[in-house]
Design a binder for this molecule. Structure first.
Ligand SMILES: O=C(CO)COP(=O)(O)O
Length: 247
């Protein structure tokens, strides 16, 4: 049994409105899972709405933030602002940020650095595209992304790594438990070699990509899968079952 606390994140992406989020919150408020960290990330305009209406231990995360504290950066929000509003977590480097909004590995590194230094907890995401997996370079891509994260993390205690193979996101094509475990194991060994044995042993590595109530239990059995980052299914009542995947 891993000593790492199970972690389940829900990434709502650009979905939801006051009415649907009220239903989602009613569902989230039924979660009673002290042995699991649960963190949900609504669109930023609803961060406050969610954090004000959640009544249990579920935490709220931003889906993104910028690399400096304040200034002339129209449309951006900073880790300081998130903290000011009581938000403790931020997702960084999600594949949609990387591939839809062309965020470079370098920019993600800068965001990671600033967020960690600002004292906010981060969920940096890594993962290969389909052509990269097919070309046999999954490891190179993931390690390159990990290198950028490592170079910018001064304190690993508030870091949860999300492995999200791009080909599995929103496609219904989940990585098999073996496929996911193989990459999680490689990331953990990479952390041992490049950071420290302690960081490798204690850092949660969560899987994302078409996780749902039917496939989560098998994935959760894998030794190096410490939880999930859930997209589509986090908008549905089945999210509560995913939270209990390791029970
Ligand atoms: O991108 C994801 C979570 O961040 C995964 O999305 P889906 O669960 O919809 O595939």
């Amino acid at each position: 049994m891993s000593e790492r606390k199970f972690f389940v994140g829900g990434n709502f992406k650009m979905n939801g409105n006051k009415s649907s989020l009220a239903d989602i919150v009613a569902n989230l408020n039924k979660i009673d899972c002290p042995n699991t960290d649960v963190v949900v990330a609504p669109p930023s305009i609803y961060l406050q709405y969610l954090s004000a209406s959640i009544t249990n231990q579920v935490k709220v995360a931003s889906q993104n933030c910028y690399k400096v504290a304040k200034g002339a950066y129209t449309g951006e929000i900073s880790p300081d602002m998130l903290k000011d509003m009581g938000i403790e977590w931020v997702i960084l480097g999600h594949s949609e940020r990387r591939h839809v909004f062309n965020e470079s590995n370098e920019l993600i590194g800068q965001k990671v650095k600033h967020a960690v230094e600002s004292g906010i907890k981060i969920i940096p995401c890594v993962g290969e595209k389909l052509d990269e997996r097919e070309a046999g370079v999954t490891e190179n891509i993931v390690f390159e992304q990990m290198e950028m994260i490592k170079n910018n993390v001064s304190d690993w205690s508030g870091v949860v790594i999300a492995y999200e193979p791009v080909w599995a996101i929103g496609t219904g094509k989940t990585a098999t438990p073996d496929q996911a475990q193989e990459v999680h194991d490689k990331i953990r060994k990479w952390l041992a070699k490049n950071v420290s044995d302690e960081v490798a042993a204690t850092t949660r590595i969560i899987y994302g990509g078409s996780v749902n109530a039917s496939n989560c239990k098998e994935l959760a059995k894998c030794k190096d899968i410490d939880g999930f980052l859930v997209g589509g299914a986090s908008l549905k009542p089945e999210f509560n079952d995913i939270v209990k995947a390791n029970a």
